[in-house]
Design a binder for this molecule. Structure first.
Ligand SMILES: [Zn+2]
Length: 239
């Protein structure tokens, strides 16, 4: 059975915030047969991650949908209809998730990069996806829509696609929270999965896309126990 589950009729969701048109409305030109796609737009810049809260009976489309070509609208609807990605062997990935969390806590970029590559490679292998080159960067660059969390550069000229994630905030250069970093990494990997495993001719930020992202976060980090609260006595000794 394919790890990708299509659940078009699953309880839909409504996002708060949502992607800006500038981020979401990228496109591609299909120039040949299956899998022959020439990307006509710059890399995907992913700056914020909306929270999906189940509310409405049907998935809501983002406003940029109205401006898409009929072909892209069809891809958008396909993307919207896929609500989750089932990871075949979550248990095998748990040590890699834990290693990434530890690396981020230490705050050394090389160590974070190594852990991010190990986790991503293992996840992509399980899902039958081709490899992607991963770069972990230090401080998030600022741009007009905020600060850049991640970037996915589609394969061009036979090269391996590139994925970049930043591990420090633009404001104070603090290490980003683990769950935020993991979500960004999975978000960018999802762009990769969209155009490889899912066979979508484009990777749009749709409600279905964000629900797939949440499904991956839940599987990889959702069941991990939170650290217990500090005993009252110890709390008093902290300054
Ligand atoms: Zn994105």
């Amino acid at each position: 059975m394919s790890p990708i589950e299509e659940r078009a009729n699953e309880v839909p969701a409504e996002e708060s915030g949502g992607p800006s048109d500038e981020i979401a409305a990228h496109g591609a030109v299909v120039v040949g047969g299956r899998g022959s796609v020439q990307w006509s737009q710059p890399p995907l810049r992913c700056a914020k991650v909306p929270r999906i809260v189940p509310r409405s009976p049907r998935p809501r489309r983002f406003s940029y949908y109205a401006r898409l070509s009929p072909e892209d609208k069809a891809i958008y609807r396909q993307s919207d209809a896929i609500a989750s990605i089932d990871v075949p062997d979550v248990a095998a990935l748990q040590p890699l998730v834990a290693a990434l969390e530890e690396a981020l806590a230490v705050g050394k970029r090389v160590r974070v990069a190594s852990a991010a590559v190990a986790l991503s490679d293992a996840l992509l292998r399980q899902l039958g996806a081709p490899p992607v080159k991963i770069h972990v960067r230090e401080v998030r660059p600022r741009f007009e829509a905020g600060e850049l969390h991640g970037l996915y550069t589609f394969a061009q000229g036979g090269k391996v696609p590139k994925l970049e994630v930043w591990m420090r905030t633009a404001a104070h250069a603090k290490t980003v929270k683990f769950r935020t970093f993991l979500r960004t990494l999975l978000h960018e990997l999802l762009h990769h999965l969209d155009v490889t495993v899912l066979g979508l001719g484009e990777s749009f930020h749709t409600e279905g896309f964000f629900r797939r992202e949440s499904s991956l976060v839940r599987q990889l980090a959702g069941t991990r126990p939170k650290p217990p609260p500090l005993p009252k006595k110890e709390q008093l000794t902290l300054f």
